[in-house]
Design a protein. Structure first.
Length: 568
């Protein structure tokens, strides 16, 4: 149940909290007062599209917060728990914040949540009927959804099975079409893949090889410089033609301190340090000598290194930026090659597999279609009851299924994730008139009533229903009937209704007046929850009196009294 809506910096609203009660909540106000802004804010909290124009001029952000009682909606609780949102206390706080910078932040009980998560949850809590939604009844493509919603418990599992089998069949059918319909393109692709696979295989690449080759290349290209450096280092260490080297100097220094340390013991540590340096230098000289002796310029090996690096660079230009990338590409095209070769070899078996998948799909579609036809009878009866309640007791209503074409090939064109059924609603508003498609029969007022009937029988477990000026196109006695229907719905679930008709407003359990006012600088919209006196005055205004005379107020009180008496 939608309990409370807090709005900050939405359009003309700076800071506002509206508490809705159980039953029929009525929102009224002059045209242009801001009723649509309140509904826009509510839709924002439910996950609908965010328009930055909703942010009040001069503000950087807008914020909407809605408090729900979810204790009675098991489906919503399960959805929330699956998202990791704790609702053990039965309450859900939805917060949505918009900013001019483009940020759109959604939180469920403080947890950051994707917008899709909010929409998934809100669809289980609130059903919003906008003032133009009844036009969807004119679109026969949407009629199937109404029937499925009515019999959701029976139809949803069958529809899920059809959707899964449809996806499986579609994949096989498309794969088969590629096999039999793209022979030339497939042959060209196979030739290219075989060449690429062969070229990479023949190169026998291995990870890390390029770095090793670059090191060898660097050595061969700088061979003389490296050899000269090693020779010079060895000469400095060992001496040679230059005379004594660093090793001789270290030996003589250590020997000199050895003689003096007998007279001054503190010199023994210096002697040890010189001996340690001597050992290190001797080891370094040995390694330099070994490295120098191992230096050998192999012209053939140097040429092989250059050629191998050229080959690797050529492959990298074609298939990837590194050896590892080329090998990754090789794995991908190998799999594609195997798949295409398999397609080429197994076209006949693939055709049989696709045919079997279509047979399974048809079986699921037949079961779904049968369930829909059974549900259609109950749907027709439920609609007639609702239409009678809404002043259309002479109406006839029928669900008409389109005939199926003969032949499997023709039926294949109707396959879809919702099954092969095509249907439309037929209506006769008056006794003796033939049934005709809804789009060619119903008036605007009748469409509003039919949509209200649909909402009544298709609401499922949704705890709150919002009607935004559903009274479009009706007046007089029919307005009274529509109001009574919404009040009846309000006995079982929460209803929030934006209306301009006093007949409907009089039936409300709580009243909220939307007003616009201005000071010297700005214009504001506020929402007041009306007391009994406020209800009288607002209802008198809606009944058309230019002045709130005692007679107008008396008429309003009588209408309210009649509404209360009827509710009892």
């Amino acid at each position: 149940m939608l309990c409370q809506l807090s709005i900050r910096n939405i359009a003309l609203i700076e800071d506002l909290t509206i508490e809705f009660t159980q039953g029929l909540n009525v929102l009224t106000g002059e045209t242009g007062a801001g009723k649509s802004i309140v509904i826009d804010a509510m839709n924002l909290a439910l996950g609908e599209r965010a328009d930055r124009d909703l942010i009040r001029a001069g503000q950087e952000k807008a914020r909407v917060e809605a408090l729900f009682d979810v204790s009675g909606c098991e489906a919503a609780v399960q959805e929330l728990e699956g998202m990791g949102v704790d609702v053990s206390d039965g309450q859900l706080v939805v917060t949505r914040e918009l900013s001019l910078s483009g940020r759109n932040v959604v939180r469920l009980n403080g947890n950051l949540t994707p917008l899709a998560g909010l929409k998934a949850v809100s669809s289980l809590l609130v059903d919003v009927h906008g003032q133009h939604e009844h036009q969807s009844l004119m679109n026969e493509e949407k009629h199937l959804g109404f029937l499925d919603s009515f019999a959701q418990a029976a139809i949803a599992p069958l529809r899920q099975e059809v959707a899964e089998r449809y996806v499986a069949w579609r994949k096989l059918a498309e794969r088969y079409r590629r096999v039999v319909g793209g022979a030339r393109q497939r042959a060209q692709r196979l030739d290219m893949l075989r060449f690429q696979v062969g070229e990479i295989e023949n190169a026998r690449l291995r990870p890390g090889e390029e770095e090793e080759l670059r090191q060898s290349q660097s050595m061969y290209r700088n061979f003389e410089r490296i050899a000269g450096a090693l020779g010079g280092a060895l000469e400095h260490l060992e001496g040679g033609q230059r005379g004594e080297g660093a090793l001789d100097g270290l030996r003589e220094a250590a020997a000199a301190l050895s003689g003096a340390s007998r007279y001054l013991p503190e010199l023994s540590e210096l002697e040890d340090a010189l001996n340690e340096a001597l050992y290190t230098a001797e080891d370094a000289a040995s390694q330099v000598a070994d490295q120098l002796s191992s230096m050998d310029y192999d012209e053939r090996e140097a040429e092989r290194v250059e050629n191998r690096l050229d080959e690797i660079r050529r492959l990298e230009k074609k298939y990837g930026a590194s050896v590892e990338a080329v090998l990754q590409y090789y794995e991908e095209i190998t799999k594609e090659l195997e798949s295409l070769q398999g397609d080429e070899e197994d076209a006949s078996s693939l055709e049989k597999e696709a045919s079997r998948a279509e047979t399974r799909l048809l079986q699921a579609e037949e079961a779904l279609s049968q369930a829909r036809k059974e549900a259609a009878h109950a749907f027709e009866k439920a609609m007639l009851v609702q239409l009678a309640d809404l002043g259309m007791s002479k109406a006839s209503f029928q669900v008409e299924f389109a005939p199926l074409p003969e032949g499997r090939q023709a039926l294949s064109a109707l396959h879809g994730p919702r099954g092969y059924d095509r249907l439309r609603f037929l209506l006769s508003a008056n006794r003796g008139e033939p049934l005709k498609p809804l789009s060619r029969t119903a008036s605007g007022g009748e469409l509003s009533r039919i949509m209200l009937a649909f909402k009544t029988i298709c609401a499922g477990e949704v705890g709150s229903m919002v009607f935004d000026e559903i009274d479009t196109g009706i007046s007089g006695r029919m307005a009274q009937v529509v109001g009574e229907k919404m009040a009846a719905i309000g006995r079982e679930r929460q209803v929030i209704c934006v209306t301009h008709l006093p007949q409907i407003a009089a039936l409300g359990n709580s009243y909220h007046l939307v007003e616009k006012f201005s000071d010297e600088d700005r214009t504001y919209t506020r929402v007041q929850t009306l007391d009994e006196e406020g209800r009288d005055r607002e209802l008198a205004r809606m009944m058309g009196g230019r002045e709130l005379t005692s007679a107008a107020l008396q008429n309003a009180r009588e209408m309210l009294a009649a509404a209360k008496a009827g509710d009892r």
